[in-house]
Design a protein around this ligand. Structure first.
Ligand code: F6R
Length: 604
């Protein structure tokens, strides 16, 4: 996701900005840029792709005296990853960088355009700098113009502005997106969207609260709070451990990524929902013409998201859908007909087996689509069409936020097809889109829930096995829960359809067999409940996850009551992820780098 840095001081501004951006690389980005105001001159460089491209562009750019500078790594949301869309964005004589989303950008842009302002990018960010310059004409000074601008923005932001008429000042504002400022004995000032760029440079840091805004000069750090009251900085010492700084205070990347899901799902949705339809500008308008079947192909967690998609495609889009494990598909002489859309799903875009199936489908002349988290990966380059999941870089080997965003994309895609095929009424479509908007809330991790799971986890460190069980779309979630647990705890776990237990596995039931039962209130509740009762009657230890109390369980994890089973799906996803995490932590395992596993499986 996007990253921000800023610097004010006498040292090598370019180097400080570039190395700060390097520290934020792990968040993922597809373009980057810096703007520096030195000797009264504003200079800006931007590049698409990795930071080496920006380093190459700036190799002759010398910053050897007092300057102010801002930098940004951008993960494309509004508009493609191009140089014009990369930050910093220029007005007449000011530059802005911004993380987050300006919800009222379309109205502001329209007004500015009516006033004759020309926009160069497709981003929401550019309105900030033009609005600031519009206000400069009306206000008494730059800070007044900045304050007015901030008061006119709706949405979430962390933003920095520099302007030619005040060459010793950086303006800042934070609301909903993280940002901190650091300083040291040499009165240098450093900004960043997370700790790591400041380590080794700043002595103490102030984490901004939502609603904070103000400015820095060499001598001052002036902060106003959300009520426009001047407040003192609340400095704290900075950790010296870069790896732990990248984890933003979480113990493991996996934990951080579980907590990030609410935000990254919001990113996945940005620009893709209107009230009555799903917008995927990135795919060919005629992609579904002549298509009678969708075939999904993937490995591991991505396979589980594909399985969940098959329920949505058949239920919402009324289109035949089959799902294949890539390593099986590639050697079983499959029948491929041209009325099938072949979809590969991959976090990395590099998984060898999945990539090979994509090549097979292309050789057979099928239309292809990839759902992927990594732009420019082999699959993205290979497929005719691509939808990016926008989860940001996933560092934990056990996939969490990639899965969450894949399911979100599939849900949107099934509604996109439903609209084309008129398989849902307008009201049904509206209802589904409204539900999608509620997923970021459903995936917020509550402290109470996490605490409860931490406590419960101590009861699940032994036993001869786990069965995660669920029905319908909760069956793929059960598979995913079991995969998470076995990957990081090394305990044996299986995912099973609840109704299938009595056809064999129930023979294993005894108190040392742990059943993790997914009991959604709004989908086949009674049926699932009686399956769990069968296991309970045979003395299996039951941990039930539901919004409805269930007295046949030994342990019970209560999720929020939701209006639809799809929201319950996301609530339960968080529970099974946290349960695996906490069991693994108690067993003393390396959560982020489990034994025998690699993040990207580029061999067969
Ligand atoms: C599980 C996990 C793996 C991957 C699988 C496919 O936590 O990460 O099962 O899902 O190796 O990887 P991608 O999605 O990169 O193709």
């Amino acid at each position: 996701m996007c990253g921000i840095v800023g610097y004010l001081g006498n040292k090598n501004t370019k180097e400080i900005l570039l190395s700060g951006l390097k520290e934020l690389e792990y968040r993922g980005y597809d373009s980057a840029g810096i703007a520096v105001l030195q000797d009264g001159e504003l200079i800006n460089h931007k590049a698409v792709g990795k930071l080496v491209n920006l380093e190459e562009k700036t190799k002759n750019f010398v910053t050897d005296k007092f300057a102010v500078g801002i930098g940004h790594t951008r993960w494309a949301t509004h508009g493609k990853p191009t140089e014009l869309n990369a930050h910093p964005h220029l007005g007449e004589s000011s530059y802005v960088v911004h993380n987050g989303i300006i919800e009222n950008y379309a109205e502001l842009k329209q007004e500015l355009q009516n006033d004759g302002v020309k926009f160069l990018s497709q981003t929401d960010t550019e309105v900030i700098v033009h609005q600031f310059e519009k206000n400069l004409l009306k206000c008494n000074n730059e800070f007044e113009a900045f304050s007015k601008t901030i008061s006119e923005l709706n949405g979430a932001y962390a933003t920095l502005i520099i302007t030619a008429s005040l060459p010793d000042t950086i303006f800042f504002a934070k609301h909903g997106s993280p940002m901190l400022v650091g300083t040291n004995d040499e009165d240098e000032k450093f900004f960043a969207s997370s700790d790591s760029p400041l380590i080794g440079l700043a002595k103490e840091v102030n984490y901004f609260e939502d609603g904070d805004y103000g400015y820095v000069t060499k001598d001052e750090l002036v902060i106003f709070d959300k009520d426009s009251k001047k407040v003192k900085p609340n400095f704290s010492k900075l950790s010296t451990d870069k790896l732990s700084a990248q984890k933003d205070g979480y113990r493991f990347f996996m934990e951080k990524e579980i907590y990030e899901q609410s935000d990254v799902i919001a990113d996945t949705l940005i620009g893709r929902l209107s009230d009555e339809e799903i917008i995927f500008d990135e795919i060919d308008k005629n992609l579904f013409d002549g298509i009678n079947e969708i075939k999904l192909c993937a490995c591991g967690t991505s396979y589980h998201s594909a399985l969940s998609a098959s329920y949505m495609f058949e239920r919402y889009s009324k289109i035949r859908c089959s799902v294949e494990i890539a390593s099986e598909f590639r050697y079983r002489s499959p029948i491929m007909t041209k009325d099938t859309l072949f979809v590969v799903i991959s976090q990395s875009g590099e998984t060898a087996d999945t990539l090979e199936t994509l090549k097979m489908a292309k050789r057979a002349g099928l239309k292809t689509l990839v759902i992927c988290n990594v732009d420019n990966s082999s699959m993205v380059r290979g497929a005719d069409n691509c939808i990016l999941t926008r989860a940001g870089i996933e560092k934990g080997v056990a996939s969490t936020k990639a899965f969450a965003t894949q399911v979100t994309v599939f849900w949107m895609l099934s509604l996109y097809v439903a609209k084309l095929k008129k398989s849902l009424t307008t009201d049904e479509l509206k209802y589904q889109i409204q539900l999608l908007r509620e997923v970021p809330l459903a995936t917020k991790v509550s402290d109470d829930m996490h605490e409860r799971i931490k406590r419960l986890s101590k009861r699940y460190l032994h036993g001869h096995g786990f069965f995660f069980i669920g029905r319908d779309i909760f069956f793929p979630l059960a598979l995913e829960g079991a995969l998470k647990l076995k990957e990081i705890s090394y305990l044996h776990a299986e995912g099973y359809p609840s109704g299938e237990m009595k056809h064999g596995p129930i023979a294993l039931a005894d108190p040392e067999l742990f059943t993790i039962a997914l009991l959604p209130e709004h989908l086949l509740y009674e049926k699932s409940k009686s399956n769990v009762e069968e296991l309970s009657a045979r003395d299996s230890t039951i941990c039930a996850i539901s919004s409805l109390d269930f007295d046949k369980a030994d342990d019970f994890i209560k999720i929020n009551s939701c209006k639809d089973y799809m929201l319950e799906f996301f609530e339960m996803m968080i529970v099974v992820q946290l349960l695996s995490l906490e069991i693994s932590v108690r067993l003393g395992n390396d959560v982020d780098m489990p034994r025998n596993l690699a993040k990207s499986v580029t061999v067969e």
